[in-house]
Design a protein around this ligand. Sequence first.
Ligand code: PMP
Ligand code: GLN
Length: 395
Amino acid sequence: MNEPLVGRMREFGTTVFAEMTALAVRTGSINLGQGFPDTDGPSPMLERAVEAIRGGLNQYPPGPGLPELRQAVAEHRKEHYGLVYDPDGEILVTLGATEALAASVLALCESGDEVIVFEPYYDSYAAAISLAGAVRRPVTLRPVEGRFTFDPDELRAAVGPRTRAVLVNSPHNPTGTVFTRDELSAIAAVCAEHDLVAISDEVYEHLTFDGVEHIPLATLPGMRERTVMISSAGKTFSVTGWKTGWICAPAELVRAVQTVKQFLTFTANGPWQLAVAYGLREELGWVAGLRDSLATKRDRLMAGLSAAGFAVYRPAGTYFVQTDIRPLGFTDGLDLARRLPELAGVVAIPTQVFYDRPELGRHFVRFAFCKKDEIIDEAVARLSRLQGKPADSDL
Ligand code: PMP
Ligand code: GLN
């Protein structure tokens, strides 16, 4: 048989997260690659899901999501951000942020439309854009004084006659940047000037550190009406396997996204929706504790990676520390990530796979710190053996 996979998906292969987690399992390495916590979410919330299953909530929930969750999301948006969304028509529950992203791009972009993405970008963005037959236009985040940011001129230059949407992610995976009001204003100005839709992935909204506040793009003047705001319970409540997400947007945009979503999965899992509604109402204190604990873990991993010889960027949010491997004598992060189990018994993510132009990120490697302290300590002890190891395998 000829290659059965459609041409537009051939560049994707297996996701780097699956590849690196499989590598960790196969080699018995510590997995600081794929971003998932190794401790559970709040137990009363877990209990709610169990109770919902035992209580018989086991058939199709309504297409837009359970009213309890849509109501809890509306209250949460209003209390936290002063954003008012009608739970009946302006909120749609999805199978995680991944489905929300794919359904949004498929619903809003015609084949041949262009979507601006900030590279390095989360891998599902590129795949969703390709599925839609759309074209990505990267704007590069580069380190400036220890923090990844973009040049507003580069953003403006990326807009063309076919540009339909800007895909924004703050707090940003994989760089840990939390966009400032100025950065968001630059994005908002471009959206307003060219009548673009903003698809705003905010799954790390609660995981910011050092007093840095997450600012939802929709709170900027003129942006609520053109923004699809995407969130997920996975990161907020340490339940990445629950795949429960949602979008908030004006009714017209929600209708468009729901038209696609109903034929991808129709609806999302009922028991988890009920439990997440409980979490949003009752467990935000737990989330504040998670944020504090993650900030400490970030410091722990950063200190260890610096001592091991990496150049380290300080993230203001997310689960991830971005490093430059060149001080250790390595130049290619993909090569290093594939050899890291054998060199040090650790797995990490090569950042270059999140670029249209991999050469711009060749020397970056991402490490996750959403792990138990003893795991972080053991990982950095192992990584300290890298100093003095032979550098890139092709040198
Ligand atoms: N966006 C970003 C930036 C992510 O890091 C992830 C991974 N958790 C997702 C979306 C996907 O979220 P979910 O698991 O809810 O589909
Ligand atoms: N969001 C997670 C990360 O960036 C991975 C999710 C996945 O495996 N697709 O590590």
